[in-house]
Design a protein around this ligand. Structure first.
Ligand code: CA
Length: 376
């Protein structure tokens, strides 16, 4: 290429300007003094010391590790400006007192599941999982890109709380049964622990449900207070030792096809945070939300193999007619509650619309792919 005088001069000018700009950049950066010892020390002092109360036994695998991992991550991301101390169920308050404790400001933050608070808002149950509802992947799509989070925030605002998704178990197991379920009639008189709308569905199918915190389930099942219990899936259920007190392990969990956990923060505490720390909390919650699903995905099958091969657990699939019966009851229940509860109706409308759309697409993506991989 022929270089004319004009381009030569232009090139020289550009080089000159770059050199001058570089010089000023270096001069400016060197004029900023490095942090003194005092400033460094100060930035490592926590500006915010929070107590995080949970509905799980302290450091319980999976569920109980989410708040621990969150606290560690926030501490590192904020360079120690936020220090969060995690308390297991019963250490400061009972498992089912978490919502009120954070709402009142007696603790800054909590970790639990929204369906435990159906007495506060029926609609809260959509933010854990509902029978025949969305999977983890679908729910996270609705929450973060389908308007779900905005609906959730509106509801929790009444209670002075800011909610975030705080982990997901994936599709849960149907649960532990002391006797077999071979037909719809076998649900009659069944005493089972099943929280949320799934529990109401079982009640309508002739059973009796109770809401018992995880830590009390083993004893309740052993002593016959209940005939059956759902909990989570193989990884968590193995840790609780349910195989010692019930023979049959049913699948899949119609009642919790993708149970989402929640972080809740007191609204006043949240409002006090500068926006960079709010962003750290949001980012950490989002990371931990995905992290829990990753861990369950990695660990469930090994736990299932141990349950079946080493502990002789009888794995059973719930008969299809039982499932279809429960599905009919579920959708009747959503319509019935919607007729009485405007907030519930509002969330159900958004949830159902998203579910129908994602179900349509997943029939030709996830579902079709699983079929092909298995070999039709
Ligand atoms: Ca469960």
């Amino acid at each position: 290429m022929k270089i004319t005088n004009r381009t030569y001069i232009a090139t020289i000018l550009v080089l000159l300007c770059t050199t001058v700009a570089l010089f000023y950049a270096l001069a400016f950066s060197s004029s900023v003094a490095p942090p003194t010892q005092d400033e460094t020390a100060e930035s490592n002092q926590p500006l915010y010391q929070w107590r995080l109360v949970t509905t799980w036994p302290k450091e319980f695998p999976g569920l109980g590790m989410a708040p621990e991992n969150f606290a560690n991550l926030v501490n590192r991301m904020s360079n120690g400006r936020i220090e969060i101390q995690v308390f297991g169920a019963g250490e400061i308050v009972g498992a089912l007192e978490v919502f009120d404790t954070v709402s009142s400001g007696a603790a800054e933050m909590g970790h639990g599941a929204a369906y435990y608070w159906k007495g506060k808002s029926q609609a809260a149950q959509f933010f854990t999982s509902v029978p025949f509802g969305m999977t983890a992947q679908e729910y996270n799509g609705w929450l973060h890109y389908g308007g779900g989070l905005e609906l959730w925030r509106d509801i929790y605002q009444r209670f002075n709380l800011v909610p975030f998704a705080g982990g997901n178990t994936g599709v849960q197991m149907g649960g532990w049964y002391k006797r077999e379920i071979n037909q719809i009639e076998d649900l009659q008189g069944l005493k089972i622990r099943m929280p949320g709308l799934g529990g109401e569905v079982i009640n309508r199918a002739g059973g009796t449900t109770v809401n018992i915190p995880g830590g009390e389930l083993y004893t309740s099942l052993k002593t016959g207070v209940i005939d059956a219990t759902e909990w989570v899936g193989p990884y968590n259920d193995l840790a609780f030792g349910f195989y010692e007190v019930a023979d049959y392990y049913y699948y899949p969990g119609f009642h919790e096809p993708g149970a989402s956990l929640e972080f809740i923060i007191n609204q006043d505490v949240w409002n006090e945070l500068p926006s960079d720390l709010q962003a750290i909390i949001e980012g950490a919650a989002r990371a931990i939300n995905q992290d829990m699903l990753d861990e369950y995905t990695a660990r469930n099958n090994a736990a299932l193999e141990e349950l079946v091969n080493e502990h002789g657990v009888q794995l059973r699939r719930m008969p299809p007619e039982v499932f279809q019966h429960l599905k009919t009851i579920s959708f009747e229940l959503y319509d019935e509650i919607s007729a009485q509860d405007e907030e519930f109706a509002n969330v159900w409308q958004s949830y159902r619309r998203f579910l129908e759309g994602v179900e349509n697409y997943h029939s030709i993506s996830e579902e079709a792919y699983y079929e092909e991989r298995r070999g039709r």
